[in-house]
Design a protein around this ligand. Sequence first.
Ligand code: ZN
Length: 194
Amino acid sequence: MKHWTDIALPIPEWLNTWGAGVPQTFPEINQRMAIVIDLARINLKYGGGPFGAAVFNRRTGELIAPGVNWVVPGKSSLLHAEVMALALAEQALGDYELASHGSFELVTSVEPCCQCLGVLMWAGVTSLVCGAYSEDAQAIGFNEGPRSPNWQQELVQRGISVTREVMRFQAVDVLQSYMGKIYNCHLQIQDPIK
Ligand SMILES: [Zn+2]
């Protein structure tokens, strides 16, 4: 019988060298988004998807953890940028619940898909900041999955503030530069069988 082992998810090695020489504190929302869009753009060069994210301490602006979409190279559907950033933030703080350690913000270059929407709630961030719209990702063929049409309001009701369209055009520019694989195409909504 197959022997299952601990689940270990790969992250790109370049994330460990990327931060060198870059300030680690980003007081302004545009500075935080600029870093996240940079991560997405660099990720394209290494074969990853056109999505970046990072977790910041809301009060100090300290970068807690970066994330990029590594689904295709990492061979895991879990490896969305937001999930990687949140998981690395949990690793950095040594806890599955960030809210126990202060107030944290997830900044993402594109609005979260159905998976990331769930993870960001369970991880306990208090703020979500998005660059491009979901529609911008859909325009190049990515699928965001089924979400409530009121997903932003539902986050706000749970104490998570939502800010959209921060540097959207720069985030869209990275999406449009992507020449790699579009996955989850089998989940496109089918016409009902007649
Ligand atoms: Zn996602």
